[in-house]
Design a protein around this ligand. Sequence first.
Ligand code: ADP
Ligand code: MG
Length: 453
Amino acid sequence: MMTLWQRCSEKIRQEVSPQTFARWFAGVEELSASESSLAIQTPDPFTADTLRSRYWGIITDVLKQEAGPNVVLTLSVGSGPANGAGRPGTPAAMIPAEETTALSEGPQPPYDRPDFLNPRYRFENFVVGGSNEFAHACSLRLADGAGVARNPLFIYGGVGLGKTHLMHAIAHRVLDQRPRSRIFYTSSESFTNDLITSIRQNQMAAFRSKYRKVDILMIDDIQFIAGKERTQEEFFFTFEALQRARKQIVITSDKMPKDTPGLEERLRSRFISGMIADIGAPDFETKVAILQKKAGEQDLFLDGEVAHYIAEKVRSNVRELEGCLIKLSIHASLHDIEIDLPVAQEVLRGIIRDPARNSSVDNIQKIVAEHFQIRVSDLKSKNRARSFAVPRQIAMYLARKLTRASTTEIGRRFGGKDHSTVIHSTNKIEGLLKTDLSLSATIQTLEQKIDLS
Ligand code: ADP
Ligand code: MG
């Protein structure tokens, strides 16, 4: 017979990634269980904190399913790895999810965990998918002190795709592991403002030493430095000094160095010789995973259908995905109802534009055909010539992204093709979009045309 906790943890295993399960749940043991209570024990305080702050919702949900709504859950920390018969640990009261406690013991860092660090922007909260795995891997390596082959690490990607999140995650992880590390994080705008103040108050020496005595310098949104001569000059000196001292520099930008007008040539060439890691728009599966993760963090039950709906409709910006969730969560608690698909559609109407209104498959076909100067009938034909096949794949991709039509329906509208052809075409375009900048520009243009039609 499985114990209550074993039954719960089997269910949890189905809900989280294998890594998450192995890291946070595998070492948890049941101390006691009765009709009205379950006491579990974690091997260390860090695991306990994490379970409380991040997985409390899922644990209590599963417990409700397994043992009814009135079972009280208590969590305690064992001393050392729990083995066999659980040693009673120090009982801990239930701590609400918001209350994450200090994570590392040992020497106090010279700076407290800096308040510019968003506590939610950690690697554990970052969903890895095809669009961001390289940037994630580089960041993780850097944080683990393995260093990146080249300095700086230059994270590049569109708005709301997780650049700042990754940067904070690096800082958190470094501080978790090496609390004494000196990390300085700032945006390029604050850097500029700081510089202006220092010049005015005649404190350039202090300014320089502040930025140069760090182990890791992080500058968020460097694109704003472009066109500001004095700031760029000062930043260049800082950069050189840190690099000479073999300190790590991390930079984010929403533009590639070569596409940033007004960026000084010497900075541009430094950035280009760094490690450039780009973040692309998340694919459908990654968007669903992000939604589920964020919902879990907020203790919000997210219906699968609703997650799919949002992931399909929100184009690329992860911040928008979150916006949808927040709206749903407020609605759910205000009206004390569960969010199903019709409710979600209603609530999100203002955020998610209704694609049925202006983008029908027909309309997309017309716009794509016109753009490539071919006929709609060419899109629907079986002609595999490149000049037709590529526009056809693009049109299918857009139809899938911008309309509610199913893949079967889309296949039918493209001259009776199989739904697997539609999926194949869509995947192909998605794959190409990761590397092909001119394709992604074309698609953007087409989407705008479709939007305006
Ligand atoms: P950027 O700096 O690129 O504009 P942010 O890092 O501010 O974007 O991310 C916007 C929001 O989306 C943040 O709340 C962040 O937590 C979330 N986010 C982005 N990518 C991911 C991801 N892969 N997993 C989880 N959350 C993500
Ligand atoms: Mg940012």
